[in-house]
Write a protein that binds this ligand. Structure first.
Ligand SMILES: [Cu+2]
Length: 131
């Protein structure tokens, strides 16, 4: 009986260890405010490092309307189709409204620049760095 308990404990420990090591790094959720708390036409933070699988939530904060546009010319080579899939052309007007994107697992590493259509001229641009 003692021996069976030991075997079961060993089996359980082995499975638990395997389950833990097989579990990939936890995907993170980041947040980017559109319009700073102090009323500036910026994304906060303007530059954000992310990993494939991570999510980025763009939250409408101040000085609406805002959106998020990725141009195929402003992303790493091979990420052109990802640029359009991450783009949200729709404008958000109400504080608290949000838009979430998930960085595809196969997203090429590099800098993904984006801008807000109504405020591009005012310098409302941001950058995701996929690492
Ligand atoms: Cu804007």
């Amino acid at each position: 009986m003692k021996k069976l308990g030991l075997i079961l404990a060993t089996v359980f420990f082995t499975i638990a260890t395997f389950a833990l090591s097989a579990n990939p790094a936890q995907a993170a959720t980041h947040q980017v405010k559109m319009g700073s708390d102090t009323g500036q036409l910026v994304y906060v933070p303007e530059t954000l490092s992310v990993s494939p699988g991570d999510s980025v939530e763009f939250v409408m904060n101040k000085l609406a309307p805002h959106n998020v546009v990725f141009e195929s010319s402003d992303v790493p080579e091979g990420a052109e189709s990802i640029a359009s899939s991450l783009t949200m052309s729709k404008l958000l007007f109400s504080p608290g409204q949000s838009y979430s994107i998930t960085i595809p697992e196969d997203a090429p590493k590099g800098e993904y620049e984006y801008y807000c259509q109504p405020h591009r001229g005012a310098g409302m641009t941001g950058k995701l760095i996929v690492e």
